[in-house]
Design a protein around this ligand. Structure first.
Ligand code: 8YV
Length: 328
């Protein structure tokens, strides 16, 4: 008998067909996000789950689903997983690194350009029929070419953005990360490590690409925003919760910083009304990895992790390889 798996979110039908060659597949192809209680009910008897960042896998869920062996996240970020609890329960956790790096770096750069050059705001103005004549200061934004980019979090995506900035846009790149990069990687990114305070004070544009954890909660709040230049832009393509959205809205309203481009929000898909009320913020619905080929690659990698683990006891991108070792 084939093992059973649950696909908790809509994916490409072809990926479901591939999974069905190996498993009894139960799939949520609707837009409904299941609560943890729904998930626990639907996971009864399942050996594996394909999840996105929207489904929380924690100790209580694991205790309610003793047959579960693997959760494959279709995302590089895995703050929806309690990885220590999964390891303790002997459940393998996997994510989708690498396949989305360049696509997400492209989007970060696009959001920076859109925000600094006021493209969304000016497009809304034009569509509203408000464009009657050219003016020297109409939608005058901030310079990108040759300016200073600060990157907070310097993993694969941060490095991709640094390379675009330094080699394509003549930018000076400074970064802050808990672990400083080795000299070879720093030189390939043309990036210089600085303290967080120096990063905030010197950058013309700040790009947030750090993972979310309880430690990174509200890394950017009122105190950090106050250190930034009044002309600065902030871009968040990392996770909601890294920025205090209420403090950011206040800073944008008061002119503490000039503008923000946000792809992620606290409590998404709900966006704080204070942000929605502002014109100097560009808001996108968590789409940084959304090209067809990248989303395909993410879904395929998540599916392949389920297949190789449940059929051969192997994994392509494990987050807790201790589980593999304990089963060997
Ligand atoms: C996902 C992301 O689309 O990979 C990540 O961490 O944020 C996005 O690429 C999203 O998390 C849904 O899984």
């Amino acid at each position: 008998m084939k093992p059973s798996i649950l696909v908790a979110c809509a994916v490409f039908p072809e990926i479901l067909d591939k999974l069905a060659n190996h498993f009894e597949v139960s799939a949520n192809q609707s837009d409904e996000v299941w609560t943890t209680a729904d998930l626990a009910t639907r996971l009864q008897g399942a050996s594996g789950a394909l999840t996105t960042g929207s489904e929380r896998i924690d100790a209580a869920l694991l205790a309610a689903c003793p047959g579960l062996k693997i959760c494959a996240n279709m995302a590089v970020g895995f703050n929806n997983f309690d990885v220590p609890a999964m390891t303790a329960a002997g459940v393998l956790a996997t994510n989708t690194p690498d396949v989305l790096t360049e696509t997400t770096a492209d989007f970060g750069f696009a959001l920076l350009m859109t925000t600094a050059r006021r493209m969304a705001e000016s497009e809304h103005f034009l569509r509203a029929g408000l464009w009657h004549r050219w003016r020297y200061d109409m939608f005058a934004g901030a310079e990108v070419y040759g300016s200073t980019l600060g990157i907070l979090g310097m993993g694969r995506i941060g490095q991709g953005i640094a390379k675009r900035a330094a080699h394509g846009f003549g930018m000076s790149v400074v970064y802050h990360n808990r672990n400083r990069l080795d000299a070879v990687t720093e030189s390939a990114c043309a990036a210089r490590w600085v303290s967080k305070a120096e990063l905030l004070a010197t950058c013309d544009h700040l790009m947030l690409v750090l993972p979310y954890s309880p430690e990174s909660h509200h890394t950017i709040g009122a105190a950090e925003l106050a250190l930034m230049k009044p002309t600065a832009t902030l871009v968040n393509i990392a996770r909601g919760g890294i920025v205090d959205d209420v403090a950011l809205a206040a800073a944008l309203r008061q002119g503490t910083i000039a503008a923000a481009g946000l792809d992620v929000f606290e409590g998404e898909p709900t966006v704080h009304a204070d942000l929605l009320a502002l014109s100097n913020v560009v808001l996108t619905p968590h789409i940084a990895s959304a090209t067809r080929s990248t989303r395909w690659a993410m879904a395929e990698l998540a599916a392949d992790n389920l297949i190789v683990y449940l059929t051969e006891g192997k994994a392509l991108t494990p987050l807790n390889p201790q589980v593999l070792a304990s089963k060997a």
